[in-house]
Design a protein around this ligand. Structure first.
Ligand code: ADP
Ligand code: F6P
Length: 327
C-alpha cells in the first residue's frame, strides 16, 4: 500500500455501452467495499459528473446485474468535458464531494478525458477498457467485444439460411466506425466471402471475382461483411456499385445496435470482473494514472498513457486466414 490515502472512489461509464460493463461495475464496487473503501456511482458518464448525479453504492446496489448487458450507471457522450472549463468544473465537483479518485469504464475517448483530468487537476484515475470495438492500444482486449462478435455471428448464421434458400448475395453491415475488429472476426467465423475494412479502399473487382468464383463452383449464397465506417450507408454504396459495375443484385442487412446489447458472454464477464478488481487494487497501491489491460492473455495494470493511441491496425493473420479459407 502507498502513502496516498484514497478513501472514496468515483465510478462512471462513458462512450458507447458494452456488454460486461455491469460485471466491471459489480467487481469495482465489491472489491472497494471489501477493502474498506467507499464507492460512488456517477450516473451518465462525464455528463452526470458535471450534473452532480452521484450516489453511494453498496454491496446490494450491484446485486443481480452481472448477467445483463448495458450499464446500470448509464453512459453518455459529453462535449462539455472536452473543454478545459468542463474538466475544471468536474474536478471541483469531485473535490466538493471529497471523492479522491475516479475509475472510468469506456473507450479511448473516455480514457483521453480521464488522462486530461489527471494531468490538469491531479485527480487519480484508472481506466477499464469497455468498448465493443476492441480498438484500444496497450490492451489485447476490451470488454464487450466477445459478446458483440457472438451477436453478429448468430445474426449472420440466420442470414445465411435465407441467403442459401434463395441463392442470394448479402452485404451485412457490422459496427466499427474506425475499427475493423468486429468485421474481421465475424467474417472468419461465418465463412464470409469478403470483409470490407473501414480504412481501406473498396476493391469491387475482387468482391465480384470472389462472388463469381463461388457461384461457378456451385455455392448458393455469398456473404460480404462490411464494417460500418465513418460514412453512413456503406452497405448500400457497395450494393449500388455491384449492380452498376457487374449487374449483380445483393441484399443489404444492417445489424446496428443489436450487436451492443444482450447478456455478456462468460469471457466478457470474467475479464470485466478481473479488470474491475485490478482497477481498485491499482488505486490502493498508489498507481494514480493507470488502466486495467490484457497482456499476453492476462489481466494486468499498465500506465494509462499506453492506452491512448487508437488502435487502427488489424491483425494481418486474420486477413490471411479469411482469404485462405474463402476460396
Ligand atoms: P469512447 O470512450 O467509447 O471512445 P467517445 O470517443 O465518444 O467514446 O468519448 C466519450 C466521451 O469522452 C466524450 O463524449 C467526451 O466527454 C470524453 N472525451 C473523448 N475524447 C476526449 C478528449 N480528447 N478530451 C477530453 N475528453 C474526451
Ligand atoms: O461503442 C462503439 C460503437 O458501437 C462503434 O462500433 C459504433 O461505430 C459507434 O459506437 C456507434 O455509436 P452510437 O451508439 O452513438 O451510434
Amino acid at each position: 500500500m502507498s502513502d496516498l490515502k484514497i478513501k472514496k472512489i468515483g465510478l462512471l461509464c462513458s462512450g458507447g455501452d458494452s456488454p460486461g460493463m455491469n460485471c466491471a461495475i459489480r467487481s469495482v464496487v465489491r472489491t472497494a467495499i471489501g477493502m474498506g473503501l467507499e464507492i460512488y456511482g456517477i450516473q451518465k458518464g462525464y455528463a452526470g459528473l458535471l450534473e452532480g448525479s452521484i450516489r453511494e453504492l453498496n454491496v446490494s446496489s450491484v446485486g443481480n446485474i452481472l448477467q445483463h448487458g448495458g450499464t446500470i450507471l448509464q453512459t453518455s457522450r459529453c462535449p462539455e468535458f472536452m473543454t478545459e472549463e468542463g474538466r475544471k468544473e468536474a474536478a471541483n465537483i469531485l473535490r466538493r464531494k471529497k471523492i479522491d479518485a475516479l475509475i472510468v469504464i469506456g473507450g479511448d475517448g473516455s480514457f483521453n478525458g480521464a488522462m486530461k483530468l489527471h494531468e490538469e487537476h491531479q485527480i487519480p484515475v484508472v481506466g477499464i477498457p469497455g468498448t465493443i470495438d476492441n480498438d484500444i492500444s496497450g490492451t489485447e482486449y476490451t470488454i464487450g467485444f466477445d459478446t458483440a462478435v457472438m451477436n453478429a455471428v448468430s445474426a449472420v448464421d440466420k442470414i445465411r439460411d435465407t441467403a442459401n434458400s434463395h441463392a442470394r448475395t448479402f452485404i451485412v453491415e457490422v459496427m466499427g466506425r474506425r475499427s475493423p475488429a468486429i468485421a474481421l472476426k465475424v467474417g472468419i467465423c461465418t465463412g464470409a466471402e469478403n470483409v470490407i475494412i473501414p480504412t481501406h479502399e473498396i476493391d469491387y473487382q475482387k468482391i465480384f471475382k470472389d462472388i463469381d468464383r463461388g457461384i461457378k463452383r456451385g455455392k448458393t449464397s455469398s456473404i460480404l461483411i462490411a464494417a460500418e465506417g465513418e460514412k453512413e450507408g456503406i452497405g448500400h454504396t457497395i450494393q449500388k456499385a455491384l449492380k452498376e459495375k457487374f449487374n449483380l443484385s445483393a441484399h443489404v442487412c444492417i445489424l446496428g445496435h443489436i450487436q451492443r446489447g444482450g447478456n455478456p458472454t462468460p469471457t466478457d464477464r470474467l475479464i470485466a470482473s478481473e479488470m474491475g478488481h485490478m482497477a481498485v487494487r491499482a488505486l490502493h497501491e498508489g498507481q494514480i494514472c493507470s488502466a486495467a489491460v490484457v497482456r499476453n492473455g492476462r489481466v494486468a495494470i499498465a500506465p494509462l498513457s499506453e492506452c491512448l493511441i487508437k488502435k487502427n491496425d488489424y491483425d494481418q493473420n486474420e486477413v490471411f486466414l479469411l482469404n485462405s479459407l474463402s476460396i
